[in-house]
Design a protein around this ligand. Sequence first.
Ligand code: ADP
Ligand code: ADP
Ligand code: ZN
Length: 228
Amino acid sequence: MTAATKPLYIVLLGAPGAGKGTQARLLTEELGIAHVASGDLFREHLNNQTELGRLAKQYMDRGELVPDDVTIRMVMERLERPDCAKGAILDGFPRTVAQARALDEALSTRGLQVDIVPYIKVSEETLVARLSGRWICRQCQATYHTLFNPPKKPGVCDICGGELYQRSDDTEETVRRRLQVYFEQTLPLIEYYQERGLLVEIDGEQEIDAVYRDLLAAIHQVAGVGTE
Ligand code: ADP
Ligand code: ADP
Ligand code: ZN
């Protein structure tokens, strides 16, 4: 396998509201690899009223993490789909050290590995402001913000014309719990990936375009993919 065809695995790390989904959507178009967002997968299950959806909802409503075993199984299945043949941008997964280990193991059995872990760093104050103004497209999951990234027409997706909605877990109380869970369970991943030489810190306080530019530059360094 040549370097150019080796699948590329990017783990986007960052707190809820850091801008992972926003950036993953831009990157997936540029790099031609899949966008795998565990939160989107759970919400898809919820909409389809599957058993997994019903289970996940109990945790999501409280701002807690869905248990590792079901989460890992769901994401690993997703990574087997044909659109992940060239690799994937993982958004919201892993969120615990156990999930990170499971990902490493699954990739290594196929002779693959995580290539880079951009950590989108944002202050807590900014996170709360971003989550409280977040609007999402019901059809294509594109993300908007009432102040920072408003749609051209209020309530309507620029990309597909779909209806925009606010997530039921983007309320102040649940946001606080989600941030607490992030600090307790996900922050240890920074050290995990730092030890493996994969972590690259990105200043997430900047505007969307500037964050994107920094992300592409970092990815280009490790992967040599189209960022000129
Ligand atoms: P995450 O996937 O990390 O939870 P999102 O990508 O959904 O975060 O972004 C959270 C909110 O902040 C959204 O409303 C989005 O439009 C907005 N946002 C994302 N990146 C920025 C940025 N760099 N500056 C200002 N607002 C942003
Ligand atoms: P955020 O905007 O906080 O990054 P997500 O859409 O990624 O939100 O996640 C929403 C919810 O889905 C989380 O609060 C959690 O309940 C559940 N979830 C998503 N990804 C994971 C994961 N990797 N492990 C456990 N639970 C997850
Ligand atoms: Zn849309």
